[in-house]
Write a protein that binds this ligand. Structure first.
Ligand SMILES: Cc1cc2nc3c(=O)[nH]c(=O)nc-3n(C[C@H](O)[C@H](O)[C@H](O)COP(=O)(O)OP(=O)(O)OC[C@H]3O[C@@H](n4cnc5c(N)ncnc54)[C@H](O)[C@@H]3O)c2cc1C
Length: 434
């Protein structure tokens, strides 16, 4: 075994691992980031719908995502890449959360009010003004097309919606990860692609390094697990599962890409839609497309899979999502071709990420991103680096959790909310709107 020493090794160069790497380097650490894939952001990040929204059901979720927004708004400043670099673009199209009785919007509003996040309360007249093509009938609770109830014509209308004008989406999630990788490289960070971490070594309960697939060994006192859907395997390798009460498990997920008629001009007139009434989330896309994903309604089976799972579009799921979209936005029509992606979420038991240290000294986790942490990649990198810095300098984060102040909003993010040993948060929605 040959040896080389780094201040920290990051496992995974998705959007989360690349961001953590960049932030560690900004704090002066000498890092090596290792990924099995051939480049940055080629894992679950590349499938992301990359919606940036703040409609989380818990205060920390809202605060973190609102601070995260400012990074996307100032992406070029954040990266400090040379002029002319090809950067991912943030498109601020806004997002509406449709109101249902006892729905998600009720959890969100108090947090928006306490933070001061702008929102508009849309009644049906406001929808008529902004996008009259939307059918605001109450279709829910969500059903599958093979259920006769799916086809019944509803008579009741929804209550309206909550519109957040600052929400949006990032044009190319893989490019965003690549941007972070290049920004980190500019600071001297090393990346090793097509390389697998196969072992994490320790002396007593302290990390000493990682073993690689080619038999070599890297010595380091700090290892960060940012392995996305492989997170649980990497935790097992480190022997870090002992006091982890929240588990992470890979979940299959489909997002469909549906062309929209040119006259609808959804790319410019449209906005993202969180539609719990119908079990879908929707966002505009470049080139007159609309993306439609699932909010995991009870009627849709969940498919827990192997982290290396690669699948094809499932006809029944495509029909369910595309037909639900058609009920809400009939102008879209049914496309001839089934287009979309099949990706994998790394889901935690309460769909809230784990950003924490572990019972193995020097071994940290940024995992369980549960289909909703792309938007938080930059702020998560900042928070993880603050946490690692504090713990490596003697802070007992378990008994005295690190709090991070957002550089842009001044909001306080209590990292104790994302700990590995929490009880399942009953406020969590256990699903995502992107
Ligand atoms: C279909 C889909 C839609 C989504 N939509 C949204 C959305 O609209 N908004 C939002 O905020 N979030 C969304 N997300 C979630 C978001 O994309 C993820 O939370 C985020 O991309 C996870 O990034 P990551 O870096 O943790 O994981 P990944 O991108 O999976 O990166 C992990 C990397 O670790 C590497 N790795 C694993 N094990 C090893 C090992 N042993 N050795 C070396 N390398 C290893 C892998 O090769 C991989 O590249 C979505 C996700 C999916 C799948």
């Amino acid at each position: 075994m040959s040896g080389k020493t780094y201040d920290a090794v990051v496992i995974g160069s998705g959007v989360i691992g690349s961001s953590i790497t960049y932030e560690l380097a900004r704090r002066g650490m000498r890092t090596l980031t290792i990924d099995r894939n051939g480049g940055a952001g080629l894992g679950s990040t590349s499938f992301s719908s990359a919606i940036v929204r703040f409609t989380y059901s818990t205060y920390p979720g809202v605060a973190m995502s609102y601070e995260g927004l400012r990074y996307w708004e100032n992406w070029a400043d954040h990266l400090q890449l040379p002029h002319g670099a090809d950067l991912a673009k943030f498109r601020q199209c806004g997002m509406v959360t449709l109101k249902t009785v006892g729905g998600h919007h009720l959890k969100v509003v108090p947090h928006f009010d306490s933070i001061g996040i702008p929102y508009e309360d849309w009644d049906l007249e406001a929808f008529e003004f902004h996008l009259p093509e939307l059918d605001l009938h109450k279709f829910g609770p969500p059903k599958r097309p093979d259920d006769n109830e799916f086809w019944k014509e509803p008579s009741e209308l929804l209550e309206g919606g909550l519109f957040t004008p600052e929400a949006g989406y990032v044009s190319d999630p893989q490019l965003a990860a690549d941007n972070l990788y290049r920004a980190a490289s500019t600071l001297g960070c090393e990346f090793r692609f097509k390389t697998e971490v196969t072992a994490i070594t320790r002396s007593d309960s302290k990390v000493t390094g990682v073993g690689l697939g080619d038999g070599s060994f890297i010595s380091t006192p700090v290892v960060v697990n940012a392995a996305g859907p492989h997170s649980r395997f990497v935790n097992e390798m480190a022997g870090a599962l002992d006091d982890m009460s929240i588990r992470t498990t890979p979940l299959r997920q489909e997002v469909h890409h549906v062309p929209t008629p040119v006259e609808l001009d959804f790319e410019n007139r449209g906005f993202s839609i969180a539609d719990d009434d119908n079990g879908i989330y929707v966002r505009p896309d470049l080139g007159d497309n609309v993306l439609v994903g699932s909010t995991e309604p009870d009627c849709d089976p969940l498919h827990w899979v192997d982290p290396d799972y690669e699948g094809q579009i499932d006809i029944q799921q495509w029909e369910a999502q595309v037909l639900r979209l058609n009920r809400r936005l009939p102008a879209v029509g049914i496309p001839h071709q089934r287009r979309g992606i099949v990706g994998v979420y790394d889901v935690s038991d309460d769909w809230i990420p784990i950003y924490d240290r572990t019972c193995v000294d020097g071994f940290y986790v940024a995992i369980g991103t549960s289909g909703n942490q792309f938007k938080n990649a930059a702020i998560a990198g900042h928070c993880m680096s603050e946490l690692i810095d504090a713990v490596e300098n003697g802070r007992d984060h378990d008994s005295d959790p690190v709090s991070v102040t957002g550089l842009h909003t001044g909001l306080t993010i209590d990292m104790g909310n994302f700990r590995r040993s929490r009880t399942i948060n009953p406020e969590s929605s256990m699903s995502v709107h992107g």
